[in-house]
Design a protein around this ligand. Structure first.
Ligand code: PGA
Length: 241
């Protein structure tokens, strides 16, 4: 199975228009490709109703189950908004830069587990970590912290912060090296079945090159998923990879 994720972040999307554009340019849905759309909270319900061929994911969840947490949304409430919700992103660098520590990422995942929502764990280093040669220890710290309490993400996305939203995806060498670090870690835990994804400026231009890497089970797409036509083109190429 291969996974293609659209992360719409906090962008306003005309869902009906996006759907029409997508369907005009993507004809066949194949069993071996899972497309997952992650809209923001208020669009979850509409997306669940309209995107019957997709799986639906949330972008974030509270680390608490209930109570006085102004502005937060619990895992149970996510399910209330979308009966078809299957996934939720945790550990995205944009949430980490907003205060999500490794501990909070884990607490959020515990909430997801309690509500049978599958976590998509994002990990990735900043430019200075990479240039100081500290990527391996950085990624291992993120992984160790997550796995130490027996939590298992359904998918892991390697998303180097220096490639996100820049229009310049990571080069093959860097992706291969990072995937190897993650694979070795998973192997040591006998969890090598967890699929690995890449995210960071994935586009129609680079999707085939990126997906040519062995070990890679899919991609997480931000900016290039905002337009239904563009995302359909990516999906079209993706399913042939
Ligand atoms: P991008 O975002 O494709 O716009 O780089 C990817 C992500 O942040 O998940």
């Amino acid at each position: 199975m291969k996974y293609l994720i659209a992360n719409w972040k906090m962008n306003s999307i005309d869902i009906e228009e996006w759907k029409n554009e997508f369907e005009d340019h993507y004809k066949k849905f194949k069993d071996s490709t899972e497309i997952i759309v992650c809209p923001n909270f208020i669009d979850l319900s509409e997306c669940s109703e309209k995107f019957i061929n997709f799986n639906i994911g949330a972008q974030d969840v509270s680390s608490h189950s209930e109570g006085s947490f102004t502005g937060q949304i619990s895992a149970k409430q996510l399910l209330g908004a979308s009966k078809r919700l299957k996934y939720c992103i945790v550990g995205h660098s944009e949430a980490r830069s907003n205060g999500d520590s490794n501990l909070i990422v884990r607490e959020k995942s515990e909430q997801l587990r309690n509500n049978k929502i599958e976590p998509i764990l994002c990990i990735g280093e900043a430019k200075d970590v990479l240039s100081k040669g500290k990527r391996e220890s950085f990624l291992l710290e993120q992984l160790n912290s997550y796995f130490e309490t027996g939590l298992y993400p359904r998918l892991i996305a390697y998303e180097p912060i220096w490639a996100i939203g820049t229009g310049q995806a990571a080069d093959q060498k860097n992706i291969i090296e990072a995937l190897e670090i993650i694979s070795n870690f998973l192997e040591s835990k006998k969890l090598e079945k967890i699929p690995l994804l890449y995210g960071g400026s994935v586009s129609t231009e680079n999707i085939e090159e990126i997906m040519s890497l062995s070990n890679l089970a899919g991609c997480l797409v931000g900016n290039s998923s905002l337009d239904g036509k563009e995302f359909a083109r990516i999906a079209q190429k993706f399913r042939r990879c």
